[in-house]
Ligand binder design. Sequence first.
Ligand code: DGT
Ligand code: CA
Ligand code: CA
Ligand code: ZN
Length: 582
Amino acid sequence: MSSNRDLADRFLEAAAIMEITGANGFRVNAVTKVARILEDLPTEIAPMADDLKALQAIDGIGKSSAEKIKEFVETGTIKDFDALRESIPPGLIEVLDVPGLGPKTVKVLWEKGDVVDVESLKAKIDSGELEGIPRMGAKTLANIRDAIDFSERSAGRMRLGEALPLADALVARLSNARGVTRIAYAGSLRRGRETIGDIDILVASTTPESPTAALTKMPGVEKVLLSGETKTSVRLESGVQVDLRIVPESTFGAALLYFTGSKEHNVMLREIAIAKSMRLNEYGLFPDDGAEEPPQKRGIEPVASASEQDIYDALDIRFLPPELREDRNPVDWSVPEDLVTVKAIKAELHCHTDASDGVMTLDELIEQARKRDFHTLAVTDHSRSSVQANGLSVDRLLAQIDEIHEANERYEDITVLAGSEVDILADGRLDYDDEILARLDWVVASPHTSLRQDPAKATARLVKAIEHPLVHVLGHPTGRLINEREGLSPDMAELIAAAKAHDTALELNANPWRLDLRDKHVRLASTEGALVTIDTDAHRPADFDLLKYGILTARRGGLTTGLCPNCWDRERLRAWIDSKRT
Ligand code: DGT
Ligand code: CA
Ligand code: CA
Ligand code: ZN
């Protein structure tokens, strides 16, 4: 929906096609740079797009890019880029979307292997035709085949981090429609799943046609799939489907419970109702009189229907937060009182400054943490092996430690710790010597490379980092990127046992591309009593707001504040941190 995003995508696509067709690297970089600038721009560019001078005043945007931006905003397309598209087989663009396949490889596959789309790529790998082509060893080809399978398996499911902002915007828009008295999103989104199939929205309205029209006539709607009195479905240009249901206000709670699901949870609640001689459906909980016809159609008053809480109460079971409604949890399944919340988080322990690949200065980073009332902030830039992320040499790190300690002196209200996100090398050794690590207040150890290692090696590698006496937390343990990269598959039970034994935490990285630990592994860690930190891995100010995705995932795993160091008070957190320095 954002024109900056759409524009950036067109520039990125153009850059990729230029690379495939062999354009000069300098020109390709210039176009890529424009895309990055557009992505990072804090405000929408469309309103200023008719002013070529103002566009060119933005660092990195030249005359020809400014003209293209203007053309896109005015006409919705860019002729030069359309022509580029026509210079390659149309299916080659989707080959570029295969995770891990860059333009250089696609160029080779096309020119030397006659690959024109994903189908021909699959067929030619399977038939062995591509073996022997430059740079295409058997292993590389097998990896490409895996990546295609992986992306096909995840096809159609959108990342939570994309769906939630979209749903918030939809709810805001529809709540302004005439007659709307209640509105909420439901489904897997409300349960906080890491990917969602479609967006479910419930509305109570005195005039159902107005929210319905507000949805079908909304910009960004590609197709109206179905539009009736109580249900409307549309597909957005981003490909995601939105289901809007109009429900009676008096039974909104019953509808919310039903459409939040999961299906398994609904089945369980219905069985509990039946055992108590009642009937549960999306209109309420009713006394069961044995009749065939649904009770609401016979004017029978529900026992409970206005709120979810009323229904749980009437069934005599404890309210289950949406994040925990995934499995067929037994009725006596205990719901922890002190599940983590966004508000309970008081420390950020994994984030980056412009010393490595972040955009914030140290002071800007501290300001972000203070704005959120955090009592502790650990600055963790990348280590020397992460060359692409401008990782710190030992000398730069030592200078930064002093700089951070000086900054810490300036603030009463926040403790600023000198930390590092240290690479875990393929064999489990860390990227700085112990003598250097010992000078840091805080150490996050994370895997960034060799992410296709076999599981046994990965387990040994990560356990070695967990056991290291100077390490506080294992950062994004698998390195997976949702819908994009599978990452390591270590034996999680073994990692969790090692973490517990060595008083080392496992990180739940809140970035919605990562959510690593994933929910089920948080659950295992919680059950075993291992510590789990929740951090945003912020590289820019807005990243601090990604915390909510980590919290949803943590709650799905049943994580309580007692096992989450970010929720501890300043003294308790510091005592644990310092226990690894004596
Ligand atoms: P998704 O969209 O695939 O990520 O997953 P959900 O859970 O959002 O599923 P969806 O959109 O098909 O339906 C939303 C909720 O409606 C679902 O969680 C539970 C409820 N529901 C849908 N179909 C059924 C059904 O056949 N039986 C029961 N008991 N509940 C259903
Ligand atoms: Ca759904
Ligand atoms: Ca749905
Ligand atoms: Zn990292």
